[in-house]
Design a binder for this molecule. Sequence first.
Ligand SMILES: *Cc1c(COP(=O)(O)O)cnc(C)c1O
Length: 402
Amino acid sequence: MTAAAPIDLGAPPPIPEAARHRVAELLASGRLHRYREGDASPGAAARLEAAFAELVGARYAVATNSCGSALYLALRGAEVKPGDRVLMGAFTLAPVLGAIVNAGAQPLAVEITPDLVIDLDDLEAKAEASGARHLLVSHMRGHICDLDRLAALCDRLGLVLIEDCAHTLGATWAGKPTGSFGRAGCFSFQSAKHVNSGEGGIIATSDPDLAAQAILHSGSYMLYRQNGTCPPDAVMARWRDRCANFSLRLSEIAAELALAQIAELPARARDWNASHDRIAAALAAEPGFALPHRPQAEGYVQSSLQFRLPRFSAPLMAGFVAACRDRGLYLKWFGVTEAEGYTSGPKHWALLPGAPAAPRSQEILDTLCDLRLPLGLSPAQCDRIAEILVAAHGDVATRNAP
Ligand SMILES: *Cc1c(COP(=O)(O)O)cnc(C)c1O
């Protein structure tokens, strides 16, 4: 075997040529802030909001400096009050917990299923036991639950649904965009997500009061009419003097970068899914590997790949991750003892005040691996990735055979 060169899985989505051009023009003009006195011509952030609302099929969109900020403002706009309990899926990223804490609320974890989506039975039990009025669900790593069932269940339980779509920009359930099933959907433009503007986020909602509060809280000053999808004046009048300015705006540069990439989403989705499906198919045929079941109605955009090795103990999992890294493949593991890089889970948040526990989910995460998929992987690279995973698994399993 020839020594393998590392495969760089960390490459962010590229910045289109047209966007670089427009950013250069923006720099020449110096107009880097989205709000302007005495000039109402729509800037990049406003155009992004109009385009994004249309993409998701929402009436309004509000751009923010991150998805974490978007989640925080969506929770506030949905009337989460300090001391409230907010339900969240246990499989998520740290800023989701952070958004709930930022709103002064108490996070309560709902377990996930082995298919990596929220467990609707546990949701029902916890909603009834806790009296919570809000659910913040993450379509974590692109895995989408039955959103029609979830929305109907939330209605029945009196829960306001907020969707965290940081990994599902461009994805659908039964043909309808994620982010359009609840009161609001929040998306990320951070470099590791589907649209890369470095930092950035956006809220999509059809609720005029939520949109109005988010615009004002995000820091529109009295220039809120420059938002790309501003609610009617009568709605703004209800809120304009009652919302503090938190300065969570998106910059014009980031907005230009995001706007240009929205048009590329269908092509990106095809690229990511081709890589994902090729590797997933190879692994599904291997004993020892378990892949999440993907329902027909799920229109995923899979910029990463997850699989479990359900028969492996923690030491074997650690050995498997090390064997992959030795072969030049940077694999991540949600069961790792100490949180690493972007990877963390409920057990790593245990020391945060009020951190939620989720023992059944942790058990699933203890054998769950995670592989980032950059755009532009060739079929040969995908095959090599699958070969490395299978070989590393074989090595560890044989070494530990009874
Ligand atoms: C990245 C991410 C976020 C937060 O996005 P930022 O833009 O980095 O604040 C929220 N939820 C999930 C599931 C994420 O992966």
